[in-house]
Design a protein around this ligand. Sequence first.
Ligand SMILES: Nc1ncnc2c1ncn2[C@@H]1O[C@H](COP(=O)(O)OP(=O)(O)O)[C@@H](O)[C@H]1O
Ligand SMILES: [Mg+2]
Length: 324
Amino acid sequence: MMWSEVYRPMRVQQMIGNEGARLAVVKWLSGWVDGSRPLLLIGPPGIGKTTLVHTLSQQFNYDLIELNASDNRNKIGLQNRIMPMFHNAGLFGRKMLLFLDEVDGISGREDTGGIDSLITIMKEPTIPVIMAANTKNTKIKDLAKICKVIELTSIPPRLLMIYLDHILKEENEKLSPDEKVSVVNNSKGDIRSMLNNAQSKCAGYNSTHSETFEIDIAEAINGYFSKSELEEAKNFLSQADAAYLDPRFGMSAEERRKDMINALFSSIVSSPIDLSGLADALDVLSKIDVIVGRIGQYRYWRLMKYLDVMIAYGLFSSTRQKGI
Ligand SMILES: Nc1ncnc2c1ncn2[C@@H]1O[C@H](COP(=O)(O)OP(=O)(O)O)[C@@H](O)[C@H]1O
Ligand SMILES: [Mg+2]
């Protein structure tokens, strides 16, 4: 298991660096009212932008809806996914937080208006919206004009060194002072890259690429919703690198990222599905959620293997050809 995943902070207080920026994000979220400007986080990779949004949504009890702008599921246009969600926000009876990660990935695409259409939609959000970008290119500057912008910076070497020592101690591993300095300097302020390098140094460079036939959760969900044959659709779900989590227990940001029920929820509520289809689909999801909770409560782990089938069959008819 990658250290960068094992040590992904679960609470905002466990993160290092960018204290002022983190505080500003917390303030923005707690002061959010209908019509507040969306938040745009700008900063280099590996410093915790994605982690920050995951931990906060959990700590503030939001249902996180994540849309990856460069995901091909969004070929119908971000606008078509976001608008219905803004309209229906009040119906869900839960606090929702929309997260558009890596929005600078959009600007290169010529289709669907890209950032320009995003700017139009983001003028009047009805739920809190956070966007994250790595760089401040020209397009992102336009977007920034209608956002509250919080910039994060790379992590200073001194802090990285302290953090590295802490992780090595946790792992019961040792690196020489020279090796540590080189790991810290090579990371250029990117915590993920620092942890990856340290881990491969400790392991004596083993490339642990386990042979796996699992597919990314987004790909699995795309496949499920796009197939017209039930069996074919079901196969996608059972291949997913996904987890079914007991909603009663806290989960790490990494677990949330693989949480099948949450991923399905995000896909459905951000689609142009009609209201009765939406109601049917959410009804199925909430039942599955209850079942997962019971399985956890009574420890009937062997029942877990039926969940893919329950979801695949339960959601199938209400979600065909709905542009999810
Ligand atoms: N501020 C931080 N404090 C502690 N660990 C961090 C921090 N930022 C990143 N990491 C580590 O790096 C990994 C990647 O972070 P991520 O949030 O995906 O960064 P970004 O979205 O800025 O690229 C996390 O899983 C975590 O292990
Ligand atoms: Mg990220």
